[in-house]
Design a protein around this ligand. Structure first.
Ligand code: EPZ
Length: 431
């Protein structure tokens, strides 16, 4: 297991460039198999999650070529199966997007049920509700979702709760259903809009993405396209929160400021200066942070994927802050690790009561999931002394070159293979 070795205390100064949105890429790479024409997709982030999804589609006969690091050309003309192997679903939940894609394309799909998750119960009942409404027979057999339909027919679907995944999955299947589909209570995240734009660039007829009512007129077939994925709002927000916690002056390039509005508003509230440009934001923070309240909500509310990062910053703010997790039922597991670094946080159900402290102190910590891992790295960068964060694999699921990008703006962070002993580094401090 690799780990991050961090010596905290350096402000973050300079420029960082944001990659393609992981959560848009996962839907788009799945949707790309819905045509037998070649599809070229640019700005694909080189992170573990997208690599695993590409392996999953290669496993059913999709030919992948990579003309350059962030560009993928997919040829699904020789798709040879509608069964996705368990090894991929075990690694990323988003493999279930292949149900919507295969159901749309071949009217059948068999994908293993997603496993458990470190941030809470993550149901798929709304996905199945949507597929059934479109006329698919859906059953759970031998731990797999098995869906098939003689024909998919448009339907009026009202989601019982806002779900990014269900919105994306059902939108894909409905794109090739006959007739009109209306999805009510749809998710409005930027990556939902990006997928709708991608499908429309393939000849789909989808209107209203980004609002809570999406209207889809099914088409006979989808054709190839050349598409570029939007920048990753959560990667950008993570670097913004890092400046708040570590102080400094960072220009974050290749962003869509509109997608960051809620994060910008919240960081401004606690004392950061934020300047917006066409495709960049500048975050400056040299004053002590002040406390605030945060509740995570579906977009355009404060993103749940930014909850650990803002909690780390508020742990160093003057006064008492409250962070309420409005989406997942167990997304504060990382707080125990943060308390070991000196944070004063009490978690009751889905609420964290934070009493700001003057500093964190470094120690060895374990990242329980992707976004918490990035947040704990930020805590190490702000802490006094040395922090070891294990293991890097969670963070690398969603952040490309995380340590390299941080090092380039002044952070003292390196990635080390297993075997690095905390004591060794402590000895070095003693020297
Ligand atoms: C997507 O997960 C993201 N993942 C998550 O990002 C993100 O946290 C989440 O949306 C919320 O924004 C991807 O896009 C790959 P949901 P998803 O369906 O689609 C419940 C990251 O760090 N629910 O919007 O699984 C569910 O349990 C990841 O990049 C049902 O009950 O999220 C949750 O409490 C973490 N039944 C809530 O809804 C369903 O059928 C929101 O889930 C579907 C969801």
């Amino acid at each position: 297991m690799d780990r991050y070795i961090i010596r905290g205390g350096n402000p973050l100064v300079g420029e960082v460039t944001i990659g393609g949105a992981k959560n848009a890429a996962l839907g788009i790479l799945a949707a790309a198999i819905m045509t037998s024409d070649p599809v070229r997709i640019e700005n694909v982030p080189a992170v573990t999650d997208t690599e695993i999804l590409l392996k999953a589609v290669e496993g059913i006969g999709v030919k992948i070529t990579r003309p350059e690091k962030h560009t993928v050309i997919m040829d699904s003309s020789k798709l040879n199966s509608t069964f996705i192997d368990d090894e991929y679903m075990k690694k990323i939940r988003a493999s279930y997007y292949l149900v919507g894609a295969l159901l749309g394309r071949d009217k059948r799909a068999e994908v293993p049920l997603p496993g458990g998750c470190n941030i809470g119960v993550r149901g798929i009942d709304q996905h199945l509700k949507g597929f059934k409404a479109l006329g698919a027979k859906v059953k759970i057999v031998h731990g797999c979702i098995s869906a098939e339909a003689k024909e998919l027919r448009g339907a009026h679907i009202f989601f019982d709760k806002v779900s990014v995944g269900a919105t994306i999955n059902v939108m894909m299947a409905a794109a090739l259903a006959s007739g009109r589909t209306i999805i009510e209570n749809a998710a409005k995240e930027p990556h939902v809009v990006d997928l709708a734009n991608f499908l429309n660039s393939m000849g789909a007829n989808i209107r209203g993405a980004g609002t809570d009512v999406i209207r889809i007129r099914g088409v006979e077939r989808l054709h190839g396209t050349d598409y570029a994925i939007i920048p990753d709002q959560i990667e950008a927000g993570t670097y913004m929160a890092a400046v708040a916690a570590c102080h400094g002056d960072l220009i974050i390039r290749n962003v869509i400021p509109k997608h960051l509005e809620c994060i910008t508003a919240k960081l401004s509230e606690i004392g950061c200066q934020i300047t917006e440009f066409d495709d960049a934001v500048q975050v400056t923070s040299y004053e002590p942070l002040t406390s605030t309240q945060v509740r995570t909500l579906p977009y355009p509310g404060f993103p749940t994927d930014m909850q650990p990062q803002i909690t780390v910053a508020l742990g160093l703010a003057q006064g008492i802050s409250i962070v309420t997790e409005g989406i997942f039922d167990n997304r504060f597991k990382y707080v125990d690790e943060l308390v070991r670094m000196g944070a004063s946080i009490k978690v009751e159900n889905n609420m964290a009561l934070i009493t700001g402290v003057s500093k964190y102190t470094g120690t060895g910590i374990v990242a329980p999931d992707l976004r918490a891992g990035a947040a704990l790295v930020i805590a190490g960068l702000a802490a006094e002394g040395e922090t070891i964060v294990e293991d890097t694999s969670f963070v690398e699921r969603g952040y490309e070159e995380f340590d390299e990008k941080l090092r380039a703006v002044g952070a003292d962070i390196t990635k080390a293979a297993e075997g690095w002993e905390f004591e060794k580094s402590r000895l070095r401090i003693a020297e």
